[in-house]
Write a protein that binds this ligand. Structure first.
Ligand code: PSV
Ligand code: MN
Length: 403
């Protein structure tokens, strides 16, 4: 007997086909959608007030990759996992790569950590002390080596650098220092490797941040070279910022390198993407649908779930990304271009609403099933008993976290 999802899929595709939508082409795009999940999203995390440890969290990088593989198994579009050094430091990175491959996974972006050591009190690559800048640069160089060993071609950088008080340091000198360090790192990157530069308007420094916004990141990338591109972390914007506009501008500059998906209500980046503003995520994908055909963009989640079950929260995030992308693919671009040319403001807007208001869940479910993943990923993950099994197996030892 036909399931409810199958019936809904049949209705939806009939409706879309009648409107002239090439459903097969959209499904093809959905099958090739990729979302990278972060190793740090599987370990214990919290706010600055409290970490609530969870049962069964991974104890090391190997187990984090095993958890990421679960997300891929049930969604079908998350075959890579970003790592964070030193949180994911291991004796043998080749072994980590082999472990990932044995699970049908690969290691994606390598994220250095330049914010958790005593020396970084006044910053890392912008620190007034050249010895600290040397240490920071050496760590970035180490991460290039790690990338080589795990087979990654992305160095993804976020700096906690900034100041807390007016007068504390010189903005201009700090920028020169950053440029000098990053130039050395850029020159050390192997051919084909990319550097992604992430900006953030505040925290942990609150008076100024050395890369506060997309303009500061873009101009730094332009100074460094064409393999330096801007990474947009959705959490790193002041409320009200029009992120889809930033997407458009960076695309036009040819410097949009990737995303860290999450939701900015947290004032950082740990809430489930599109849990509060799914329309914004849809509008971001609307900007990307055409551009991504000719440029590489790395789609990554940067979320560390504090009170919700981590693997399920990651799966839900991926499903939200699938749905936003599917809706963006439904936008009738020909009619949209005509409406824009004709100055038909409301028609142009309604074409977006038409796509956004389409219930694409059966389409996404069908695509997942075709990929050998799950129609209902969270229910299927729950039924698999994985969470209970690892909670038993990982009783001994410390859950991995920020340390
Ligand atoms: C801190 O804001 C942060 O969440 C940045 O977004 C980085 O991408 C991430 O940590 C990992 O270092
Ligand atoms: Mn981020």
């Amino acid at each position: 007997m036909e399931s409810a999802t199958e019936r809904a899929y049949a209705h939806l595709t009939e409706f879309l086909a009648a409107r002239g939508v090439d459903v097969e082409a959209i499904e093809e795009r959905l099958r090739s959608q990729r979302v990278e999940t972060p190793s740090w999203g599987y370990g214990n995390s919290g706010t600055r007030f409290k970490v609530f440890p969870q049962l069964g969290v991974p104890r090391d990088a190997f187990e984090k990759i095993s958890d990421a593989a679960e997300v891929h198994q049930f969604t079908g579009i998350c075959p890579s996992v970003a790592i964070h050094i030193p949180w994911d430091r291991v004796d043998d990175y080749g072994e980590l790569k082999t472990h990932a491959e044995s699970l049908g996974m690969e290691i994606g972006a390598v994220n250095p950590n330049l914010f958790q050591e005593e020396e970084y009190r006044l910053g890392s690559v912008c620190n007034p002390d050249p010895a600290v800048r040397r240490k920071a640069t050496d760590h970035l160089l180490e991460c290039i080596e790690v990338a080589g060993e795990v087979g990654s071609d992305v160095l993804s950088l976020w700096f906690a650098d900034g100041t807390n008080y007016a007068g504390q340091d010189s903005f201009v000198e700090r920028r020169h220092r950053m440029h000098e360090c990053l130039s050395e790192v850029y020159a050390a990157m192997t051919e084909g490797m990319r550097m992604l530069l992430e900006y953030k308007p505040f925290e942990p420094a609150f008076y100024h941040t050395d890369l506060p916004d997309w303009g500061a990141a873009l101009t730094m990338c332009q100074k460094l070279g064409e393999r330096a591109e801007v990474l947009i972390d959705l959490g790193h914007h002041l409320q009200g910022t029009n992120i889809e506009h930033i997407v458009g501008m960076l695309l036009e500059e040819g410097r949009l390198g990737g995303f860290h998906f999450n939701n900015r209500k947290y004032a950082d980046d740990d809430l489930i993407v599109a849990s509060i503003n799914p329309f914004e995520l849809f509008l971001i994908y609307v900007e990307l649908v055409e551009a991504e055909e000719s440029t590489r963009i790395d789609y990554m989640i940067d979320q560390a779930h504090n009170i919700e079950p981590k693997i399920e929260a990651m799966i839900l995030s991926v499903m939200n990304l699938q749905e936003a992308y599917a809706k963006a693919l439904l936008v009738d671009r020909t009619k949209l271009a005509e409406a824009r040319r004709a100055g038909d403001v409301l028609l142009a807007h309604r074409l977006l609403l038409d796509a956004y208001n389409t219930d694409v869940r059966p389409l996404c479910a069908q695509v997942r099933e075709g990929l050998g993943a799950a129609v209902d990923p969270i229910a299927t993950f729950r039924e698999s008993g994985y969470a209970q099994r690892v909670a038993g197996e990982r009783r001994e030892g410390l859950g991995a976290g920020w340390g």
